[in-house]
Design a protein around this ligand. Sequence first.
Ligand code: FES
Ligand SMILES: [Fe+2]
Length: 467
Amino acid sequence: MGQQSQFAPDYRDSPAPLFQQVIADDPVAAPPILREYSEIDIPVARVPRDQYRSIDFAALEMERLWPRVWQLACREEQIPEVGDYVLYESPGASLIIMRSGPDDIKAFYNSCLHRGMRLCAEDSSVRKLTCPFHGFTWNLDGKLAHVPARWDFPDMRDDAMNLPEARVERWQGFVFINRDPAAPPLQAYLGHLPAHFADWSYGDRYLATVMRKTIDANWKTCIEGFVESYHLAGIHAQALPFGGDASTQYDVWPDDPHVSRFLEPTGVMSDQLPVQLSEQQILDAALSAVFVGAQVPELEAGTKARHYMAAGMRAAMGAADGVDYSTLSDAEAADAIQYSLFPNIIIFRSLGYPYVYRFLPVRDDPNRATFEFMIFKPKPADGYIPEVELVDLGEGDSFAGAGILPPWLGEIYDQDVTGLRMCQQGLRDGGDADILYSAYQEVRIRHLHQTLDRYLSDDPTDAPGRR
Ligand code: FES
Ligand SMILES: [Fe+2]
């Protein structure tokens, strides 16, 4: 029979415990935001597969989606000094994200106002922006500073030659840009994120490493492959004894078109495993997969595998970060707590997963996307923040082989990359049947498409925040 609950849809029919039941007897209780549940019915059950493979659909996204959404461009700590800039190659617009003043960041279109030359080729630091073609030069605030042979432009007015800018707003050290003057402010766009990250601030962390890999899959195929736990049995079967797939809680909120989340518990067996495991067996399986060669302790009566794993994570990350995590809840220590920000960002709020993902379409190729895997660390007390480590993974390079993630986790991402490539091949070459999404476990995908439809609508006021 279905497990009727205020914490699951009433049609749910699974013997697996709900996330809220799992955390109810955790020794260190979860904070209130993890004890919330929000379900709304999203009727988007099927979409045409052309949305994942057609040049025309990608062009529609380029015209109506990307120029109108808030996009994560970079982190503030990537441009600490005045004159530092990074390039953000957003879909359809190359932008120079410039530290124009001690507390001022601007986003200039990366193109000269003379004959259009690309102004900057790579991340750097400058006193002025000088075009490499004929030498038009701008100050860091975007005002025209110098034109060689100024006499030869008698009709040009200097005050009409400011570098064009996109909007810039910031949250917790993330720098966002928006090319649409009519878009709502970032704070409104972020929906539940500010409240849910109020005491888990990325402002206290810095971007330490970015792993970048081109994936042979549409950007939506990619993000959709990370926002549901339903694929655990198919793609990551080694995690069935402890992966918590069927116990994952999925939240979408009314009037929050850009944010969704899942709460995936650790140390809970899948309902797709044909046998019932004891807590000791769950711990044995988890530790042998996660900490190869670790001594597996005898669990004391009444202690659950997840409690042991949470304590282990607090100790391990505490030692790695030099921070006392002893009072952190078991859920925050052990579970995968993951939010998405429309259209292309995933942000974790988990001790063991200090990660943010960004997915960007590859120009003119709906079958490929760039996956940027960002790893954060707590800001050190002495304030010294090293330069971000950039790791480009080539076609044959694996996440496991990069040696940056724990080996078991690298293997998980390699499985995902293989799965996404196969999914895209099927989408591309597999005929014309519509794609189908499940009602609950894939509600975040429905949510993404519902919001996408609003941006792509013929009526521009259908986009969120435009009425
Ligand atoms: S194109 Fe930039 S100075 Fe000529
Ligand atoms: Fe996966």
